[in-house]
Design a protein around this ligand. Structure first.
Ligand code: FES
Length: 133
């Protein structure tokens, strides 16, 4: 399945602010895929960063957004979920257009892989960050 273009989401945010993005109706199965693919285990994503990452995406290239928060290559997957959070998996996506976007760093967004402003809440701002080497 192809995702809506990142550029379209950026235009929506510019036109209507973050509230507009919250009202965005994503195709079925798109926005919640990585968080619903948890196993019956207790793996939960950790807050990797308390703000989003500005990223230049290339059209047609497939990216793997880290959904567990343990990757050291944020916001992208480095395979850390296999040992640190079994049951969580990266969200693979292929943008249709070149675009500069904000990818979620807190792993609490409701519109993965894109930031929806959730990081501004106390649940994220008060959360500990995982140790980094
Ligand atoms: S960084 Fe903004 S919602 Fe996660």
């Amino acid at each position: 399945m192809r995702l809506p273009s990142a550029a379209a989401l950026v235009m929506l945010v510019r036109a209507e602010g973050w509230g507009g993005l919250r009202r965005f109706q994503a195709p079925p199965g798109w926005v919640r895929v990585p968080l619903m693919r948890r196993s019956s285990g207790s793996a939960q994503p950790v807050v990797a960063a308390k703000e989003p990452f500005a990223v230049e995406l290339q059209a047609g290239r497939t990216y793997a957004w880290c959904s567990c928060g343990h990757s050291k290559r944020q916001p992208f997957c480095d395979g850390a979920h296999k040992t640190a959070a079994p049951g969580l998996a990266p969200l693979r996506f292929t943008p249709e257009e070149d675009a500069r976007v904000w990818l979620c760093g807190c792993k609490r967004t409701r519109t993965p892989p894109y930031c929806d402003g959730t990081h501004k809440g106390e649940a994220v701002q008060g959360a500990p960050l995982p140790p980094r080497l």
